[in-house]
Write a protein that binds this ligand. Sequence first.
Ligand code: SAM
Length: 400
Amino acid sequence: MADIAGSQLAAVAEGVAEQPPELSKRARKKLQKKEMRAARNAARKAADKERHRANVEQRKRERAEELAAAPSEEARQEILAARREARRQRVGHNTEQRAARAERLRRAVEGAGQKVVLDLEFAQLMRPNEIHSLTKQIMYCYAVNRRSANPAHLWLTGCNGEMATHLQKNCGYDRWSFIEKEAKSYLEAFEDRKENLVYLTADAETVLDDLDMSKIYIIGGLVDRNKWKGRTQEKAAAQGIQTAKLPIGNYLKLSSSQVLTVNQVFEILLKFVETRDWKTAFFDVIPQRKRGEVKAEAGKVSLDDDDAAEAGKVSLDDDDDAAEEAANGDHSKEDINMGFDEDADDDNDADEEEELEDEEIDVAKRQCVRPAGNEEAEEHSASVAEATPDVQQAEQATIE
Ligand SMILES: C[S@@+](CC[C@H](N)C(=O)[O-])C[C@H]1O[C@@H](n2cnc3c(N)ncnc32)[C@H](O)[C@@H]1O
């Protein structure tokens, strides 16, 4: 009897659960904003793609026109040879840059980099969209680090389960190099250096005034709009780990909370390593819309009228569009790509390769012979193909 009543109740509860929940006015407004933002992002992406396509076409046209305008076959061949040479130099330059970057990153993981951990043990506190946002923020950290003149030695700890799957599915992080991917918690990974761990949290009492190379700074991998306020402070306190907050209050008076996103905190650390100047780091990284007033002691910097007007309306509450974008880590494709530019370079190289081949085939058609210099073009592709894995292999080697 009790069972029947129980199952009836469950059925009723199920029925209720199936009903689409009535949205409050605030929730409707939020949903509307979210949809508008998604539409804006989609439109921006489509426009970016179209612009890129149009640029490639335009460049092809101009190059074809230049060839067509050449007064003689000899002049045409000279143009082609000059283009091959320019390209050879560009590829050489890119290869050098990649090698230099790989060297900087290698040095960072060998001890020269400030040690920073992204603690990924909070997946169970986040909704799928928050995990997705965190994934983007992690991608951004990885990208910014690769680009940095002074990269950090970066760890992802507690990188298992849903978080690892998400990272793998969305950004193929298996191929990431010069980053430590650790399924273990930071406590296990650094069990012999617990006294050097410093958990960064906006809820700490202690204010960070400098970075110490012997310390390992931990950033909480949490996108929560501060729903879980104090969570990282509590965690660190329970584990007997030091905590510290960024000295934002000494330089800026944010119009609301001083809780920043994971990537913002990481980028501030990188900027500080580079400049040893918190003010520069905060001004470079914290978006203007988030900055309220400049503190009196930083009086040298004055806000202009536009800034002041903006500062006046800045709020970081849940309905704030800008805050949501930042909290979601909404970065442009270029931002995200900036550290993955081996791929971007390869795309450009491929575009150029295609253009060169088109041109040469064109010339060959006219000449009715095998494309002149095609061996050279093949040689070029081979050198690009060789150069890229070399660097990647070198990068991979130090991490494995
Ligand atoms: C979006 S916040 C998460 C806030 C979360 N409620 C908490 O308990 O930390 C992401 C992480 O960035 C770091 N963080 C954000 N603002 C900070 C600040 N003002 N000072 C130090 N660390 C900060 C912390 O490590 C934090 O866990």
